[in-house]
Design a protein around this ligand. Sequence first.
Ligand code: R5P
Length: 285
Amino acid sequence: MRIISTERSQVLAARISEKMGVPLAETKITRFPDGEIYLRCDGLDDETLIVSSITDNDILVQTLLAIDAADQSRNTLVIPYLGYARQDRRFVPGEPVSARAVARALSSGIERVFVVEIHDPCVLDYFDVPADNITIAPAIGGYIGDLRLENPLILAPDEGAIEFASDVAAIGGWDCDFLQKTRLSGEEVRIAPKAIDAAGREVVIVDDIISTGGTLTTAACMLRERGAASIHAACAHGVFASGAYTRLRAAGISSIVSSDTYENASSFISAANAIKTAITKYVHH
Ligand code: R5P
């Protein structure tokens, strides 16, 4: 068995390789003068684990090429972060269900798919092959425990994040609450005023994705008004679009942590262990 990674999942792929004792395939990715991508994997075996976070369109193509390069082997695809997952239904006529389009494209040539902290489990059904979610709530809970906060309050910024936040809170036996969010635009959200006892509390906002940071900024503002002692943020996928990380720190969020499903300098939490545990019974190496 060999592990192939695309360009934005190299660190996580190396960690999975170490944990599983499975070698990485040497993969070279270059671009033709017209921008098309060329990919070559050396030393492939009869079983391949492809590790690829779909962070952008380029990586989507790299993933398709990697799957095709491994067409002689039995393939498992691990998608640590699945871009396009948030357009998981048709909101107005004429739109695609983008999550479905991407899932279908990625199903060809694959035996099984694993996605880490999928935005909504309904997306798993869009794959044409068996697809499972992998949670990293224990790893995030462990990290929050290491922060040694005083009786922290774990807060989901919307109802969609409640399950994830509750699973994180359960790790330390911490209190958990949630806010009610309405999205106004790509960057703006409205959070309905809610009686939440944050006064004097160290609050950790837990969400699956931080993208533009609009959700966190609005939640943090509300928490400050309610007298929170400190505000922290933890997420699975730290996208930090358009300079969101620095805007959030400037907005008074004391610490922000994400995982290596979307590799960046705040990826202090690794999904490698959870991925290894989830896939071990399905791979045959
Ligand atoms: C949405 O339902 C997700 O769980 C996140 O709350 C959202 O994607 C965060 O996006 P942003 O950082 O742009 O507000």
